[in-house]
Write a protein that binds this ligand. Sequence first.
Ligand code: XIL
Length: 459
Amino acid sequence: MKHRRVLRAAVTVAVTGALAAGMTMALTTSASAGTTLRASAAEKGRYFGAAVATGKLSTSAYVTVLNREFNSVVAENEMKWDATEPQQGQFRYTGGDRLVSHAQANGMSVRGHALLWHQQEPGWAQSMSGSALRSAMINHVTQVATHFRGKIHSWDVVNEAFADGGSGGRRDSNLQRTGNDWIEAAFRAARAADPGAKLCYNDYNTDGINAKSTGIYNMVRDFKSRGVPIDCVGFQSHLGTSLAGDYQANLQRFADLGVDVQITELDVMTGGNQANIYGAVTRACMNVSRCTGITVWGVRDCDSWRGSDNALLFDCNGNKKAAYTNVLNALNAGPAIPTDPPTDPPTDPPTDPPTDPPTDPPAVGCSASVSLNSWTGGFVASVKVTAGSAGTSGWNVGFTLPSGASVTNTWSATASGSTGTVRFANVNYNGRLGAGQVTEFGFQGTGSASGVTPTCTAS
Ligand code: XIL
């Protein structure tokens, strides 16, 4: 059945088409039919994104399509390790910052891609191993996620860490050889650096229930059970001429673990099935309420890394292809993500006032607790500071580190000293806390910090 279309401004807010048009229209399953990918996705509570090469942001034909159709972007290369830390400890954010500004000026969210990946490592990291590499990679995660803090919707914290083929295990790489816990160490460091970003694991050849996707599924289940901070799984979906029949079922089994799922790098081999496959992938996402968005890996066929595959939604002149129409129709026909929180207030207010005093009456001053993520030769400490009953206008947390341990890097606090007794003072935005309010900071170090206990002083 054909939906009637209502022509509207490209940038559409969540107003129903019927209202906006002020006329009667034949409604089918959806309240309205958007006329761009971004409007249609937004009406369903989702984003529709594209990978962007920032060099093309000065090409007007490219930008016209990008701004009209997409409300999310990801850097095709500019936020990768080789681009952001070309020399160890020297960070370069020009390309990434440019993309973020473009996104902010055009109502787009940003996916961050990718903090750690065995490809596109800078040369200096390629030649590292062991605890030196472990420190360098965690430092990279911390620095880059801190730089973009508050600006990233979802980060691909780790990209492509699982092996192809039937093993269902990890891929060998210098990152993997630092210890099997490298992925969780990266997620913990990313959470500490940017608590507002959703943290994703991203991979390819995971487009159905297979040994590789099951290996990842088991890792995500383990992370959720142990409280390792993971929020989403990205399915790259670089596709050929057919789509696995259980593509949607695979997304759903991950969603059932309590993570969001996202289609992160969609492109499809040209040929008779291309438009159908694009439609089917979009429908699968729409049918999974935790599938929060789709990103295609480029704008026009000629922008694609897949050369002559003509794998995208627009031809080289920016014209919409049949695949585009199928995607748009699937977005318009699909259900919206259920909105939360529930709109109704709880029906039964508690009848009795609580009889027990709070078990931990907040101390005057402040208290601090630490959680350590350690590996051989290094650690990341995440510290929680809780204000006492009088609140704080500033705080200072001290640790006495065991000999051999040394702080190499701190975020959301200012360190004095790096060995022995080390003190961390608030920075300007997190010193003032109301009674019972909590803030977090972190630091990274070499050696072992096991057994350390913090002391907190408020001012
Ligand atoms: C690709 C880019 O599109 C190319 O420009 C670059 O030369 C290589 O990387 N999986 C990923 C992406 O996670 O980062 C890759 O992007 C494509 C495969």
